[in-house]
Ligand binder design. Structure first.
Ligand SMILES: Cc1cc2nc3c(=O)[nH]c(=O)nc-3n(C[C@H](O)[C@H](O)[C@H](O)COP(=O)(O)OP(=O)(O)OC[C@H]3O[C@@H](n4cnc5c(N)ncnc54)[C@H](O)[C@@H]3O)c2cc1C
Length: 419
């Protein structure tokens, strides 16, 4: 084992695995290496923060989740891993299995009560998101309901019906773009109403330039016939759930760290360091040295602007592929370098807005509002508004908000670097 960087003295017995990036992937790898291997992880992180895009930003005690992270996994291993770091607390339903859900997938989790007050816990939160469009609120995901029909109005519904019939009778063939894919399934009017503007806002690419396969991946299983069937069967479903009288409800729930997603990764980082691993913040990997087809060292630019070389037995990278390939200089084949250099990355700016009073934004919910909207997210579909989504941090976890009298909003703008 060799190490030629001058940091904290390493455990001389253990070979180093160098991990690039202190986001969820890098930190999970580091903790697992400590738990299950003979290796000692050294994590190098370009920024001065832990958690990557899952970090929590703290502004004077007001915490921001820069992405809006719901904790849900189909994998038991992942669910257990999180809960080992942070147990799930639900004061009202202690020790009762509670159902959580994410994108129509459900699973049960066990909860405990506070044995002693702790911040290091996962909360169970109710989910409500809505779409803001035509200066009105629609359900998210959009559902075929009386409210949706009322918001759309008779003329638009008529146009939607006609254009759906036309699309069914005369589908676009071949189906080349996402636009073709969506029009063939929903008709031109519904596509323009609910898909076009928001998709283009999020991805920054016109729908007629996104491939149809992408639509098949993302929007599989969605159809007008299914939506009508679902709407017609809903009253019956509600009845049967009430009859069962279980703790299951139609409200979607998700897990969320009390102090935001970054809290979990800060705890993982703490455990890595306590167990002897190292985390070097403000250390950006600028070069990857390859000898005989194998990475033998990375060049790291530190806080002081100086470059150092770090050797290790193994390397794990979680940095963007585009940057990783570029850091290997001319070693990868030219075709690989050309593809990597062209990879597009969509950027994202979240603006924290702390407001002491809010206008009532939905009079139909006025009694519930108490001046704070009830949503986790409001999807702003209006094409004349640059803002893409609004997070209401109070509803993700009340502990993100230093003074609960205030409404703490995250205004999300999807953009390109340099916008
Ligand atoms: C808007 C949004 C919402 C999301 N919602 C959810 C959700 O609800 N649930 C969920 O599970 N996931 C969600 N995600 C996804 C989740 O944030 C990511 O999957 C996760 O953060 C990826 O972890 P990572 O470690 O692979 O990468 P990252 O989090 O990107 O971490 C990579 C780290 O590497 C560092 N790095 C980069 N280049 C270098 C370099 N050259 N040298 C050293 N360090 C470098 C970066 O600074 C960063 O800290 C969401 C993401 C976004 C953007």
């Amino acid at each position: 084992m060799t190490s030629c960087f001058k940091g904290k003295p390493m455990d001389g017995e253990k070979p180093i695995v160098l991990v690039i990036g202190a986001g969820p992937a890098g930190l999970t790898a580091a903790l697992e290496l400590i738990r299950r291997s003979k290796y000692c992880p050294v994590v190098v992180e370009a920024s001065h923060e832990i958690g990557g895009i899952s970090r929590t930003v703290n502004y004077k005690g007001y915490r921001m989740d820069i992405g809006g992270h719901r904790f849900f996994s189909k994998s038991d291993w992942v669910m257990n891993w999180w809960q080992e770091i942070m147990p799930i607390i639900d004061a009202k339903n202690a020790n009762i299995p509670v159902q959580i859900s994410y994108r129509q997938k459900h699973r049960e989790v066990k909860t405990s009560s506070y044995s002693q007050p702790s911040d290091l816990v996962l909360l169970i939160r109710n989910r409500l998101s809505r779409i803001y469009y035509l200066r009105k609120f629609f359900d998210y995901p959009i559902s075929l309901s009386a409210k949706t029909l009322g918001n759309l109005g008779v003329v638009r519904i008529f146009r939607i019906g006609i254009s759906y019939c036309l699309a069914t009778l005369f589908p676009k063939r071949p189906e080349r773009s996402l636009e073709d894919f969506l029009i063939n399934r929903f008709g031109d009017e519904l596509y323009r109403t609910f898909f076009k503007d928001y998709t283009e806002k999020v991805w920054g690419v016109p729908c007629n330039q996104i491939s149809a396969e992408w639509g098949a991946q993302r929007i599989k299983g969605l159809s007008i016939i299914k939506a009508i069937r679902h709407a017609l069967s809903r009253p019956l479903q509600q009845k049967s759930i009430e009859q069962k009288n279980t703790s299951t409800s139609l409200i979607e729930r998700f897990l969320y760290p009390k102090l935001g997603p970054g809290q979990l990764w800060e705890e993982v980082a703490r455990r890595v360091e306590v167990a002897g691993g190292q985390i070097l913040l403000g250390h950006k990997v600028s070069g990857v040295r390859i000898v005989s087809g194998r990475v033998d060292a990375v060049m790291v630019t530190g806080n002081d602007g100086g470059e150092k070389r770090i050797e290790a037995e193994h390397f794990i990278s979680t940095m963007p592929i585009k940057d990783l390939v570029a850091a290997m200089n001319d070693v990868p084949p030219e075709e690989v370098r050309a593809i990597a250099s062209e990879l597009p990355y969509r950027d994202f700016v979240t603006v924290g807005l702390l407001v002491s009073r809010m206008k009532k934004i939905d009079h139909s919910l006025a009694s519930q509002l108490n001046e704070c909207p009830p949503d986790n997210w409001i999807y702003v579909q209006e094409s004349d508004v640059k803002l893409g989504r609004i997070q209401v941090f109070n509803n993700w976890s009340p502990y993100l908000v230093a003074d609960s009298k205030n409404v703490w909003l995250g205004l999300e703008y999807f953009c390109q670097e340099g916008d």
